[in-house]
Ligand binder design. Sequence first.
Ligand SMILES: C[S@@+](CC[C@H](N)C(=O)[O-])C[C@H]1O[C@@H](n2cnc3c(N)ncnc32)[C@H](O)[C@@H]1O
Ligand SMILES: [Zn+2]
Length: 511
Amino acid sequence: MESQQKISPNSNATPIKEITEGSATISTSGAVFYNPVQEFNRDLSIAVISTFVNDYKEELKAAKGQQTGVENNKITILEALSATGLRSIRYAKEIPGVERVIANDISTKAVEDIKQNVVKNNVDQIVSVSHSDASMLMYQHRKSDQFEVIDLDPYGCPSHFLDSSVQAVKEGGLLLITATDMAVLAGNSPETCYSKYGAISIRIKSCHEMAVRILLQCIESHANRYGRYIVPLLSLSADFYIRVFVRVFSGAKKCKFSATKLSHVYHCTGCDSFTLHPLIIAKTDKNHHKFGIPSGPPVSKNCEECKHPHHIGGPIWSAPIHSHEFVKKLLDTVPDSLKTYKRIEGVLSVILEELIDQPLYYTLDRLSGTLHVEMPSMMVLRSALLNAGYMVSFTHMNKTSIKTDAPKKVVWDIMRCWAKQHPVSQKRLIEGTPAFNILNIEPDQEYSFKIHAQANPESRKKGFLRFQENPAPHWGPGCRATAMVGEQKIQKSVKNQGKRKRDVSQESVDK
Ligand SMILES: C[S@@+](CC[C@H](N)C(=O)[O-])C[C@H]1O[C@@H](n2cnc3c(N)ncnc32)[C@H](O)[C@@H]1O
Ligand SMILES: [Zn+2]
């Protein structure tokens, strides 16, 4: 289905914009937030909630030992920050089995728009409009009448909505959370990241995954306060934002494992290598769990490979960020009528190939850039790792990403062998630089760069649309009271594009 936008003047000469997206057509005066680039986010959310609702109803049926009567399990979605109501209307129209959607916003103008749009789309039987502070509304639902699904799509950072949302979601319910403050999460301002998310962000090449993992640890820490914990279904980095889909469960015993799912990150400032250090480790013996603090630090003061110092970031969520079981179901059932279907198919296919147990990643350009050596092709480097018996995958977050279970010594030895075959210009090898120090160490063994049969992953062979396209008009999160629809605002967003890109630093831009 095509999304369309028409602009017509109203009595105050403010352009009224009519937008068609999916099965909804809405009007907005331009004073209320609408961002067309987020269509992918809305499409994907529809697919995720649909798959979740199926699973959830099956689970309830199984728990009750029923074979029929699933209609008793009513599903209520709270869109806590709704703006135009577009998302809520689409949820009501496009997600099978949803009985109730609450579209809430604090802004009077937004609530006026939502009311009109709900009537215009004939969904007033399903969508109720609420004019409240999102946190207050969620706190009113923390003891009873909790929601099966809560969607948080704020400007910037979602952290001040987390305390209420982890309490207002039903047992096993779903939270969908967006964060757009990528500069903070990507290491530009670690002190602000700590104050907002309780973790230090660092300027690492895999900053997008670090951002996702910081958000997940933050949600988990809020949930833990109430004896609850999260299970991530899908975690995404797309365009200028991150989005996580997590289920929330209760259980004091399970919460004891939360610290085992968190790690500090030692990041080498010279060569971008990383080493994780879990907060707690668990040993299980005949169903008896023992928890202990691991000894450390896990690295020397200076990096063993390049001799440069480390930064310590985190804590981050170091357990899996997706459930591959859920993503498989999602990929099988996502409706191909969604306008962004191709992108969803591509991204989910790469996610299914991601090494789920290997947090963070290297990038091809950074590995070769550090050594000033000619860049090997992706297939060649992947082959070297596979030939040596290690696993390797892309992540959907970066075109040149390399996730692997190979130790960093092996990764750098492979690069050392590559540099022997493609010698680095002597004038680039200045004493004390990471390149000089790394190439001063002999590799432990020879590595083969012969193309490996599994070097080319299926998602690449099939030519899926796997990575985000270059920024289009409206690219960027927008800001408070920015309509993103008027000519002026469009110009402003275009003007800001480069700036935002610079803000999140080079690391955030896919090569
Ligand atoms: C990014 S927009 C939401 C976009 C919308 N979810 C969509 O898909 O188009 C954020 C909205 O949050 C609202 N908002 C900000 N603070 C709020 C609060 N404390 N409670 C409820 N709404 C709030 C703003 O008025 C704004 O409309
Ligand atoms: Zn190093």
